[in-house]
Write a protein that binds this ligand. Structure first.
Ligand SMILES: C[S@@+](CC[C@H](N)C(=O)[O-])C[C@H]1O[C@@H](n2cnc3c(N)ncnc32)[C@H](O)[C@@H]1O
Length: 402
């Protein structure tokens, strides 16, 4: 019987799904292999997908927390560890859609199961150490799994529930997201300008993946401190970064140098240059015309981070600014640079105002030479990134220049 795998998405499952579809396409895999089990758990069912490929896919993804194989028979699975000569370290997590009204029952169940496994292995002469979620949590976090070497010295058993359908499956974690790497790039890079607004690196990674490029050059024309470009570099793409602000370019340069010291850059070719999209320099345009750009991935200026609901006037001002930047960018791309066949991934903000949520339509800024791909990639074409109480939501659009 063919193996089945699970992928656990992060906080924005719709975005994660589109990312998975985009990366699957890179490996020649169809999105028909991806099935939603519940909420943030996707199952991969296919005879054509190897574990080696899935591991490569998983390691690229920004929107997924863990992936593993579905265990058909738990007893057979646990038997493998009965022969172990070293101490087995194992963990248990409860994933999927849980019945939150019965949290205590779930916690007791995890504890009981862990002790049962421990006892079973002890009877075979195997010593064990186990980790289970603490407090009100149900799953081990990435640091717990990684720092305790659970995947190397034993296993993490995931019980994946679909409470509504009364279904439950078991999974064995194969890999967990490199959370440390993201935190390192977010917090420990030399420059990060909060005033300018910094994209979360995981979202930057997803956006780069949405472009669905096998290889090639990615351009961020509003590069800020280089968050998108850093993720493009980690994935091995060549890149161009431009901004109207000299400080931003300096920050990006220093951040990229820092990334190089971490051993990421290899033979990647990149260039950073000053460019005001509203008044582009002719010489720069000439250079760009002669450069093959495979995707433009960007977030424009979104205004300073907002703590309170935006007033109607302020909102209009911010949205007009963003709209103006995009109109200039698309004019430059269509009329001057020429980017036929290129992909584009961009963010349009929505602001929470005292008069409800406000944004503008993507069709206000693109010509009919651009095709919107959102609905081809996902049944839910509204791709949004926004925390519950935030004042700004990012709407993401994936386009292709025909
Ligand atoms: C929100 S920041 C981008 C942040 C970036 N994604 C990051 O995470 O570091 C927007 C950037 O757009 C730049 N910008 C604003 N107006 C511009 C223009 N007319 N041409 C080019 N860049 C511009 C700003 O200088 C700023 O660095």
């Amino acid at each position: 019987m063919s193996k089945q795998y699970f992928f656990q998405a992060g906080s924005f499952p719709t975005l994660s799904y589109v990312e998975l579809v985009s990366v699957f396409q890179l490996y020649g895999l169809s999105k028909d292999n991806i099935h939603l089990f519940t909420g943030n758990i996707f199952l991969i069912k296919s005879d054509d997908v190897t574990e080696e490929t899935l591991s490569k896919v998983f390691n690229r993804l920004g929107g997924f927390v863990r992936y593993g194989e579905i265990i058909e028979n738990t007893e057979t699975f646990l038997k493998k560890f009965e022969e172990s000569e070293d101490r087995v370290v194992f963990g248990i997590s409860l994933l999927g859609e849980l019945d939150r009204s019965d949290a205590r029952k779930d916690n007791t169940f995890i504890k009981k199961l862990a002790n049962q496994i421990k006892k079973g292995l002890r009877e075979s002469g195997v010593t064990t150490r186990f980790l289970i979620p603490k407090g009100s949590g149900f799953e081990l976090n990435a640091a717990q799994v990684i720092n305790n070497n659970i995947l190397e010295k034993g296993f993490e058993l995931s019980i994946i529930k679909n409470h509504q359908r009364g279904k439950e499956i078991y999974g064995n974690t194969i890999a967990i997201q490199d959370l440390e790497g993201y935190v390192e790039r977010d917090m420990n890079r030399p420059y990060s300008d909060i005033k300018m607004g910094v994209l979360p690196p995981k979202l930057a990674r997803m956006m780069v993946n949405f472009a669905g490029l096998k290889e090639g050059t990615i351009w961020d024309p509003f590069c800020g401190s280089g968050t998108i470009l850093m993720e493009a570099a980690v994935l091995g793409y060549n890149f161009l970064g431009s901004d109207t602000d000299e400080n931003a370019l300096y920050y990006t340069e220093e951040n990229i140098k820092w990334l190089n010291k971490q051993g990421y850059l290899g033979d990647i070719i990149y260039e950073l240059f000053k460019l005001d999209v509203t008044n582009p320099d002719k010489e720069v345009i000439k250079e760009l015309k002669n450069t093959k750009i495979d995707a433009v991935v960007c977030e424009p200026f979104m205004g300073p981070p907002q703590k309170n609901v935006v007033s109607k006037e302020k909102d209009e001002q911010l949205l007009n600014l963003v709209k103006g930047l995009y109109l200039s960018l698309f004019k430059m791309l269509d009329d001057e640079v020429g980017v036929r066949g290129s992909k584009m991934v961009l963010i349009i903000p929505s602001y929470k105002t005292d008069d409800g949520w406000k944004t503008f339509s993507i069709y206000d800024v693109i010509s009919n030479r651009w095709k919107l791909l959102n609905s081809e990639l996902s049944p839910n074409k509204d791709l949004k990134w926004g925390r519950k109480n935030s004042i700004i939501t990012r709407n993401i659009y994936i386009l292709q220049r025909t």
